[in-house]
Design a protein around this ligand. Sequence first.
Ligand SMILES: [Zn+2]
Length: 467
Amino acid sequence: MSQTAHRFDPSILREYDIRGVVGDTVHAADARAIGRTFGTLVRRQGGKRVALGYDGRLSSPELAAACVEGLTASGLDVVNIGMAATPMLYFAVYHFDTDGGIMITGSHNPPDYNGFKMMMGKKSFFGADIQTLGAMAGKGDWESGQGKVAKENVLADYAARLLKDVKPGKKLKVAWDTGNGAVGVSIRAVVDKLPGEHIVLNEKVDGTFPAHHPDPTVPANLAQLMAEVKKQGCDLGIAFDGDGDRIGAVDGKGRILWGDQLMVLWARDVLKSRPGATIIADVKASQVLFDEIARTGGKPMMFKTGHSLIKSKMAEIGAPLAGEMSGHIFFADTFYGFDDALYCGLRLLNILANAKESLADMRDGLPQLVNTPELRFDCPDKRKFVVAEEVKARLLKKGAKLSDIDGVRVSTKDGWWLLRASNTQPVLVARCEAADEAGLERLKAELKAELSASGVSLPDEASAGHH
Ligand SMILES: [Zn+2]
């Protein structure tokens, strides 16, 4: 008897994706129901065909097979591109002009996690869309049919598209760390065609991530790349998260450049061909970025954190570039506006291959403010948004200068501090930035005082890091 409805563990229906622990909160039956329900939604919008890909996790092939069953049972045809990084799946949606896409990926999470990122048409499928999908599955509100599956190899076309935007220039020596993640599928097809010398670390796709965790926002995960860059005398090193939609970089001296620092370089570059353009960065980004965009003739726009939110905003206003401190970067000047870290790496090489300065020089040339990393600390889901609202209300009463685009970003004579609730975890996120150490201490003290007025203590060693 065919299934008539499906109930998901509610914890897996998240803000930007569906994700959980395989064998615990995520099973093949969930993948089948996601396929069937997503397929139903696509069909009801007049769609006929979606693209599907999966990352290198051990559970991915099984989940992909079940998801394909669900999609075809809804009557949709599927273009299966096999193992891929998330941006290669996004590319396939454009290349084959499908009516949407599903990527099976656990992104940068530990090996036992897996999940689903979706595109409806060419747009992100997130927030209320994901809740709707859950509710429809619960009622068995499904279309039926018998779709067909076509296996397509999109790698050559994908690599050619990325390489199309490479500019000639001086030869660079680059170390790339794919972290045994899904970029391992595509890295050779791209770097073997580049000028210069390219060393690839942890290229073999391995869902157990034997070398290190595939998340370049955590400094420990960049240690191997830093060491290689120094040992080999590379101009720079580039790292990826597990599914290739976030980039990390280190300069020739082995120092990390965060997403907001790299954005300064890309913004200057994009503004040369798009003077006066609006460039979007999230509320966690350094003031240096916003100031530099303005100084070089662009319009800086501060926006909410969240890759789906930023992608949507950018499409809405036609911004040629957007980025998050987390390393999700979106080029829409000559690219599609989705977050492809390998493409971002090539755009960084374009800049360096045509500059007198090294990446280390450029890093040293940025205004040197002192800031904390992203500080993340536990706060129950029920409380996190309330705390941010309470802090905002008290600050407004005091006449503080603040932006409430996403939580509160408070400006003082020392600099700024941010407090926002994570959309994806029972966590509050904070960051402070000042001109000097003494100013930073004053900002941290203000943040601490505001938090404790709402009964939350900022741990002394709030963990820097990932989502
Ligand atoms: Zn990712």
